[in-house]
Design a protein around this ligand. Structure first.
Ligand code: NAP
Ligand code: HSE
Length: 408
């Protein structure tokens, strides 16, 4: 039985979960990987915070204690953020170490650079836990779609925002109350701004795009809108249409044109995505050979995410190759060319003008509701051109669009 010395950068939600799993499932992990993993050093900022819970661990605040210890062959980065994570991971890869990370900010922003450092120095970069927590979606994409052609990959990939929207819609919680609970449960990032702005989901979409299409999207190519402005009352109206609002990350393609978005969208309440609640994630893949497939599971949280880290650890022990992401040489052309339905809300007093404009641009109404003050329209499928004409005409006529969402 071989032994691999492993260090960790970070001992928060995910790091503590990795220790729990290594302790409780030691025998099974040993048998399957034929390896004993020895956690030697752990980097934190504040040792006192961890001392009582982990009296026997070698905790340090000095990264060099890890980088200069040549017995450490694998380092698990679960500290989060871009800096100093990038500098630490680069340094370790330059020394030929293998790094396992759960950090999507890092992998999305610097993945190709880090992977090429790893390749040059015979190290490896593994990052299953960076997307969709406990769902092994990256390994699935890497191994199981080799002979298939993906047309669209989309779904719910941020647990915190999904937890917030679920609590607001189903239990009438306020946004603030739901966010605070998601933080307590360990789903949210240390700074939850990226969770609620859509940026966390956009980072994950970049990583999914590399594995699904071999393309390398930039953050500014992704149309992004978060959930901070969502009105709880509107969620109740959307429910009357048979839909629920979800923060969706979606990457569609047609003839080498891609369209990546992260935004709240109306999702049919009875669909699998509509039933994906709380911190759960759901990813739908539409492909030529398989057709539609759906992957569901906890997208955040201590043990589900730690399990993905452990899977990488076992892959390293078994000498599996890191994920292949740069197999497509087509340069990324980003444009919306897709037909879809829209839902929007305007003042009721404007109903004649709206009806005239919809008529003028040959936009059919699929459903309609109104209350004392507002009209809510659900359009039939419209082209990008019809949509642009309708909304710019409404704007020209000073008709306020209180909200407008795509239908998934
Ligand atoms: P967390 O609970 O905030 O823990 C972060 C840990 O890293 C803490 O132990 C912290 O130490 C340490 N740390 C942070 N910055 C450091 C620095 N500059 N130097 C030394 N130590 C530092 O975070 P987490 O939720 O475990 O998330 C870790 C990573 O996993 C992130 O990249 C996150 O996006 C990703 N992830 C998280 C989840 C989840 O459900 N939480 C799921 C998937 C992926 P101190 O406490 O001493 O500051
Ligand atoms: N904060 C992230 C989320 C953690 O809520 O999805 C999992 O990546």
């Amino acid at each position: 039985m071989k032994t691999i010395e492993v260090a960790m950068l970070g001992l928060g939600t995910v790091g503590s979960g990795v220790l729990d799993i290594l302790e409780h499932d030691q025998e099974k992990i040993k048998q399957i990987s034929k390896t004993e993993f020895k956690i030697s050093k752990i980097l934190v900022r504040n040792i006192a915070k961890y001392r009582d819970s982990y009296p026997n661990l070698d905790l340090t605040t000095d990264f060099e204690q890890i980088s200069q210890d040549q017995d450490i062959k694998v380092v698990i980065e679960v500290m989060g953020g871009l800096h100093p994570a990038k500098e630490y991971v680069s340094e370790l890869l330059k020394q030929g170490r293998t790094v396992i990370t759960a950090n999507k900010d890092l992998v999305a922003s610097f993945g190709p650079e880090l992977m090429s450092i790893a390749k040059e120095h015979q190290g490896g970069l593994f990052y299953e836990a960076s997307v969709a927590g406990g769902i092994p979606i990256l390994r699935i994409l890497n191994q199981n779609y080799v002979g298939d052609q993906i047309k669209q990959i989309s779904g719910i990939v941020n647990g915190t925002s999904n937890y917030i929207l679920t609590q607001m819609a189903d239990n009438n919680w306020s946004y603030e109350q739901a966010l605070s609970e998601a933080q307590k449960l360990g789903f949210a990032e240390a700074d939850p701004t990226n969770d609620v702005s859509g940026k966390d989901a956009a980072y994950k979409l970049i990583i999914l795009g590399r594995l699904a299409f071999g393309i390398n999207l930039k953050l500014d190519q992704i149309k992004m809108m978060g959930i901070t402005e969502i009105d709880k009352k509107e969620l109740a109206v959307i429910k009357k249409f048979g839909y629920t609002l979800k923060l969706i990350a979606k990457l569609e393609t047609q003839n080498s044109t891609y369209y990546p978005v992260v935004m709240p969208m109306l999702v049919s309440e009875n669909s699998m995505l509509g039933q994906t609640k709380n911190e759960f994630n759901g990813i739908e893949i539409e492909s030529y050979a398989i057709g539609k497939s759906f992957y569901y599971g906890p997208g955040a949280g201590k043990l589900p995410t730690a399990n993905s880290v452990i899977n990488d650890l076992v892959a390293v022990a078994k000498k599996e190759a890191p994920f292949k992401t740069d197999w497509n040489s087509v340069s990324v052309s980003v444009k919306d060319i897709f037909t879809r339905q829209y839902w929007f809300k305007v003042d009721s007093s404007q109903n004649k003008v709206v009806a005239n404009l919809m008529d003028r641009y040959q936009i059919e109404e699929a459903d309609f509701l109104n209350d004392e003050q507002y009209d809510y329209y659900l359009t039939d499928n419209v082209t990008v051109d019809q949509k642009a004409k309708l909304f710019s005409s409404l704007k020209e006529k000073n008709i306020k669009i209180y909200s407008m969402y795509e239908v998934y």
